[in-house]
Design a protein around this ligand. Structure first.
Ligand code: NAI
Length: 320
């Protein structure tokens, strides 16, 4: 087959590539011609300790299969060092897959600042730092692909994961803006929302489900998002069990809570119209902040014209 998706000449950084999803990404990219920086700190799933072993093992696996890879053991907070490894070893960087992650699950009442900060550092700040270090190279070469890793725990919430949910949703916000800032230089940023069997989920997911949650089912989706030919940008893509889909934030039609432009809004008007405010029947997706603001202005114009037509009615009324 000649039209296989290849990544020859491309240099990809995969953070947290020593295990789970990151390892599957690294192996796939390695088998498709990319040069891979296998980053992994090698700590526990709670973020303690470190070891060079997991990254080295994946590098060995890629090389044994005939691919090109180097290890990097830095914390994603030192993203500039990870990018330096790519530049030193391969002379460029094209793709950054921010995947490294840990958990510090606690109910909100028991959550310490440390639990909060550690999770935000690894997931949100670490992704920012690594991506930011690669960004100038992307701009210069007019090519870049960024993956940020969110979670259904962020999109929908999950008991005991206030820290993790907040950081994971923060990544969606980061992607939204990077997609806008990068697009003129052919830098595309997308979010992957995986569900996979790994050490993060092994004690949560039932065994017969776990075995279908192979990270290898998700890696091809991430690979496509990072290819030259993929024009997807600023999207949230969920994937598991060999399935993939796209998520949107949608908004209801909403309801005008005052009758004319000089009126105030009373709390009672909010109460009495709440079912209209929250009616999702004609919920719609908005493509940009301009589109949303534009619609607010249109709604205001409609309110103003409603008033001027009722004023006209009053004038007509008094005339007769
Ligand atoms: P995993 O624990 O198997 O792999 C994560 C890797 O990241 C580990 O090898 C770990 O050593 C490394 N790592 C942790 N902190 C690091 C740091 N500061 N710097 C560099 N490397 C670091 O976990 P899994 O399941 O493969 O998770 C990968 C990503 O996917 C994470 O961001 C996770 O939050 C996310 N995710 C996973 C889901 C799942 O179902 N497995 C669900 C939703 C999101």
């Amino acid at each position: 087959v000649t039209n296989n998706l290849r990544f020859d000449g491309r240099v990809v950084i995969v953070t947290g590539a020593g295990a789970g999803l990151g390892r599957a990404y690294a192996l796939l990219f390695g088998s498709r011609g990319a040069s891979v920086v296998v980053n992994d700190l090698g700590g526990s799933r709670h973020g303690d300790g470190s070891s060079t072993k997991v990254a080295d093992t994946v590098v060995e696996e890629i090389r044994r299969a005939g691919g090109k890879a180097v290890a990097n053991y830095d914390n994603v907070l030192d993203g500039d060092k990870i990018v330096k490894t790519a530049i030193d070893a391969f002379g460029r960087v094209d793709i950054v897959i921010n995947n490294a992650g840990i958990l510090r699950d606690k109910s909100f009442v028991k959550m310490s600042d440390k639990d909060w900060d550690l999770i935000h550092d690894v997931h949100l700040k670490g992704s920012m730092r690594t991506t930011k270090a690669a960004w100038p190279y992307f701009r210069e070469q007019k090519f870049g692909r960024v993956i940020l890793t969110s979670s259904n725990s962020g999109l929908y919430g999950n008991f005991g994961q206030a820290n993790y949910s907040a950081a994971k949703m923060g990544l969606v916000g980061l992607a939204n803006t990077l997609a806008i800032e990068g697009v003129k230089n052919n830098i595309h940023t997308n979010v992957i929302v995986p569900t996979a069997g790994s050490r993060l989920t092994e004690d949560i997911v039932p065994p017969d489900f776990f075995e279908h949650l192979k990270p290898e089912f998700i890696a091809p989706v991430v690979a496509w998002l990072c290819h030259d030919d993929c024009m997807e940008n600023g999207s949230i893509i969920e994937s598991a069990i060999g399935w993939a889909g796209k998520c949107h934030i949608v908004r209801s039609d909403g309801f005008m809570l005052r009758k004319n432009v000089n009126d105030l809004v009373s709390p009672e008007a909010v109460r009495d119209n709440w079912s209209s405010v929250t009616n999702m029947q004609n919920a719609k997706r908005y493509g940009s902040i301009q589109e949303v603001t534009g619609e607010i202005m249109t709604t205001l114009e409609a309110l103003k014209s409603r008033e001027s037509s009722s004023q006209k009615e009053m004038i007509l009324h008094t005339k007769y």
